[in-house]
Design a protein around this ligand. Structure first.
Ligand code: 6PG
Length: 245
């Protein structure tokens, strides 16, 4: 697995880089295609990024379609909903048309919800699922999307969407998540992660990239396009060289 790792001075700089790199990639894709796809993530790191992205100039949002890598099984106006966060920070401020917003059905019971979202993906992409830009985060345990260590979702190779289970400490345990095969289909995958609490997981990721271990779930995402990590100095301290900032 090859990934570029960019070390930035702060969590704020990570968010800014996530927004700015996404804007650049969307603008480029929009010059080549009629419609462009962006797969969003949840978590705290992208909140500032999505607000900044909403203000980016030169993006024809009428041709950008939004998808999600995971969702908590809650109604769309719930404070824990990934859709609600994106709606507040990006969708409403950028006036993205409703027809372009392909949210995961967090309000469906989990097994049905995964089938419903698979059908939505099938209807939009057919056999060629592909995101122009895919956003991912990493938890302190190395999970990404809602692919948590030790859960069945990690072994799902046939389906594009499945049910995820967060550990007992999470506010919402039942999740819907894209699977590894679905997350592999991206032209550009941006992984944004910050904070000293994630250093242990990041060390394991680097070991996995060196072929020394299987690594946590995020290390098992193998995109067929370009994968770029945007991390802050706190997280990377002593682990990766400063490349930027
Ligand atoms: C979610 C996610 C999840 C997230 C990580 C990192 O819905 O929570 O998509 O995978 O990206 O947990 O979250 P933080 O940015 O809050 O650390």
């Amino acid at each position: 697995m090859s990934a570029e790792i960019i070390v930035l001075p702060s969590k704020q700089a990570v968010a800014e880089a996530l927004a700015d790199r996404t804007a650049t990639a969307l603008r480029a894709a929009l010059t080549e295609k009629k419609r462009v796809t962006l797969c969003l993530t949840g978590g705290s790191t992208p909140v500032t990024a999505y607000a900044r992205l909403a203000e980016a100039e030169g993006i024809d949002w009428g041709r950008v379609h939004l998808f999600w890598g995971d969702e908590r099984c809650v109604p769309p106006d719930h404070p824990e909903s990934n859709f609600a966060m994106a709606n507040r920070t990006l969708i409403r401020p950028a006036s993205i048309p409703k027809t372009n917003v392909h949210k995961m059905p967090g309000d469906c019971p989990p097994p049905e919800g995964s089938v419903v979202y698979e059908q939505a993906l099938e209807q939009f992409f057919g056999a060629d699922l592909r995101f122009d830009v895919l956003h991912l985060g990493m938890g302190e345990d190395g999970h990404t999307a809602s692919l948590f260590p030790g859960t069945d979702a990690l072994g799902e190779t046939d389906r594009r969407v499945t049910v995820g289970h967060a550990p007992a400490s999470a506010a919402v345990r039942d999740r819907l998540t894209l699977t590894f095969p679905a997350l592999a289909k991206a032209d550009l995958c941006l992984v944004a992660a910050a904070g000293a609490g994630k250093r242990g997981a990041f060390t394991e990721v680097l070991d996995a990239y060196d072929g020394e271990a299987v690594g946590p779930p995020i290390a098992r995402v193998e995109v067929d396009g370009t994968m770029v990590w945007l991390v802050d100095r706190e997280l990377a301290s002593g682990l990766a060289d400063d490349d930027e900032g």
